[in-house]
Design a protein. Structure first.
Length: 259
């Protein structure tokens, strides 16, 4: 009969570091292979079951938990009440904290920060200096990079790409193959879907809805209950607000303002 109490790794009491001058962390070692791992505060941080592992100089502490087949490596930190599980990978100097959960086959890399009640799952990929907070949900094959900041109750699903200095906050919903880049700002309860592209210094707010192969760029503003669909373009200093709807083949530019 298999020993159900057998441990995969041991904590090396003699090999410690002091994190932020106050938290003692201990290096771990695989019992079977004698492979050294990263650092934990206690066995509560890394499951003795499964194949989850903490590599290199990575650290897991506080009430954080790493389990399943999850891998935390390089100089990454998982702490507070965060959970990393399934086949998730945390690498580089990424930080996962708060009550954040990263699971599925999600990847968090480089200097990305995932915090608050954020959930990152499926094949989502966050890298660069991106900061994801609040109760944000990332799923599907979403990719977030650059200096993007996403907060509030934002929900990004599908093949969405967010890159650059983008700021997203509120109950924003972005889906399908939409791309948000440059210094674009999305706030309120707006929705962006289809193959829509929002870039430059454009802003979308309120209850605005963008769907289709549209382009919103330059200093364009879409707000209130405005709807932009099909292959419409809104660019330069154009504004679309109120209950206005624009669609097929429309190109709105310069100082045009529809409200």
């Amino acid at each position: 009969m298999a020993n159900t109490n057998a441990k995969r790794y041991e904590i090396l009491i003699a090999q410690t570091i002091l994190h932020e001058s106050r938290i003692t962390l201990y290096r771990i070692r695989n019992i079977a292979s004698q492979q050294l791992g990263g650092f934990v505060q206690s066995e509560e941080n890394l499951s003795q079951e499964g194949t989850a592992w903490v590599h290199g100089e990575a650290k897991v502490f506080g009430n954080a938990r790493v389990y399943g087949n999850a891998q935390v490596s390089d100089d990454a930190c998982v702490f507070e009440n965060a959970e990393v599980f399934d086949n998730a990978q945390i690498t580089g100097s990424a930080w996962i904290f708060g009550k954040a959960k990263v699971n599925g086959s999600a990847r968090i890399e480089r200097h990305a920060l995932i915090c608050g009640n954020t959930q990152v799952t499926e094949n989502a990929w966050v890298k660069g200096h991106a900061r994801i907070s609040g109760s944000t949900q990332l799923s599907g094959a979403v990719q977030i990079s650059g200096d993007a900041q996403i907060s509030g109750n934002a929900k990004l699903i599908g093949n969405v790409q967010v890159e650059g200095d983008v700021k997203i906050r509120g109950t924003v919903h972005i889906s399908e193959s939409a791309t948000i880049s440059g210094s674009a700002k999305l706030t309120g309860n707006c929705k962006v879907s289809g193959k829509a592209r929002v870039f430059g210094s454009a802003s979308v707010s309120g209850e605005a809805s963008l769907n289709g192969e549209i382009r919103v760029f330059g200093n364009a503003q879409i707000y209130d209950n405005a709807k932009v669909t099909d292959n419409a373009w809104v660019f330069e200093d154009a504004e679309v607000g109120g209950n206005v709807s624009i669609g097929k083949n429309v190109k709105l530019s310069a100082k045009n303002k529809l409200t």
